[in-house]
Design a protein around this ligand. Sequence first.
Ligand code: C2O
Ligand code: CU
Ligand code: CU
Length: 494
Amino acid sequence: MRWLLRLVALALLGALGVAVFAAWAWFTVPVDTAGSVDFRRPLAVPPLVESSVVGGERVFDLRLQEGTSDFGRGSTPTWGVNGDYLGPTLRAHRGERVRVRVHNDLPEDSSLHWHGMHLPAQMDGGPHQPVRTGATWEPHWRIDQPAATLWYHPHPHGATARHVYRGVAGMFILDDPESLRLGLPQEYGVDDVPVILQDKQLDDDGSLDEDPSVFQSAGLTGDTVVVNGTVGPYLDVTTELVRLRVVNASNARPYALALDDGSSFEMVAGDGGLLEAPVTLTRLQLSVGERAEIVVALEPGERRVLRSGPSDTRDRMAGGIDRLDLLQLRAADRLTPSRPLPRRLVTQPTLDEADATRTRTFELSGFSINGLSMDMGRVDHRSVVGDTEIWEVTNLDGGSHNFHVHDVQFRVLDVDGEPPPPELSGRKDTIWVRPQETVRIVLRFEDYTSTRWPYMFHCHTLRHEDLGMMGQFLVTEPGDTAPDRLPRSPGHAH
Ligand code: C2O
Ligand code: CU
Ligand code: CU
């Protein structure tokens, strides 16, 4: 009998332990740094990468490498591109031919994907274009899309979250004649500034905690926000208007951006380029992978803090109720006058629902899409070049997902049947799909056909993507009989 009693006592103790742990996790989860961040370090601005024009191509050199960073707790081992953490900014003009020499000096295979870029699938840098450790990969393509704030990051299947979290990411800015004519703030690093957001969880010895807790199914959210590599950053503003190009380069965390005094700012661009007109906002939510260009007006001598607050979903275990101070803006006592924002920006290329020849449905649930887990050899669907399609994306879960499509920028038709809010009105490549929500997007595949190289669509919550929440499609010529299975590619090694 004694052994039975002991067993029962042990089981009770175990259950109690689990309950205490769960309660502890529940109550310690919200992170609140609002008002308590000491803004002591000037915001790092990623350098513009040098390029040379050779044989009609603009050539960039990127090296993925190991390094160490100072995130305020000694020396943190990190990864970066041409440096210790994050990478330089690439910049190119519409119509230019570009070539990037990507050299991998990391101790493991990786890849480099041009998020938001319209380009041939073979140059896309997804899981089918691994860059082996020690190897160089040299994609090249012609920039053929409107001005936008794009970004780059690794995409090795199953390891994307870790590679991005360690710091392999950077910005890719595209210009075109219209965008440069508008008189928007556009002096890089002065009144046109990248704001690359990542959150980290640091161990006592300064190293990166990489493992989410058992409650964080979306992946790890950290209590330390690093902006362009700077912890507790301030930006000295010398102009009346400052344009911030914000990238959510985090693994799982959504941001709900606002200014600490509740004042408004203007959003001028989303993922894939300028909006038709500036949109006045006091709050802007960005899920993982999304971008926005916002313009903030400051008075001389004023200080304001860009902050992130609770998101609509209030996803507790995915950072949804956290409050985080991100960046302090410090206006100089005398500000250089800025041109007022134009009332109209650009005309959006038409993507008309009426032109759609088919509707596809994507059901997001758990770590799968339409019940399927990513298979590097499976072609999930084929789209015919020139066709306009409607994709209907539904989140069946109680937690958040989002949805990203490679190659093209889409237009949002509706969110749960309602017209999209103005901040979702522009060209987009990534969209938040909140619990139980359905979004309909319209897209068109205009060129770059292949029966061999697929494009990806996936949840951009990186842990979900790594666990298989991804699929792939081919863009083919009409009448092409593309296979349902792809030949083995080097990427199959994962
Ligand atoms: Cu930002 Cu498929 O990725
Ligand atoms: Cu992408
Ligand atoms: Cu997801």
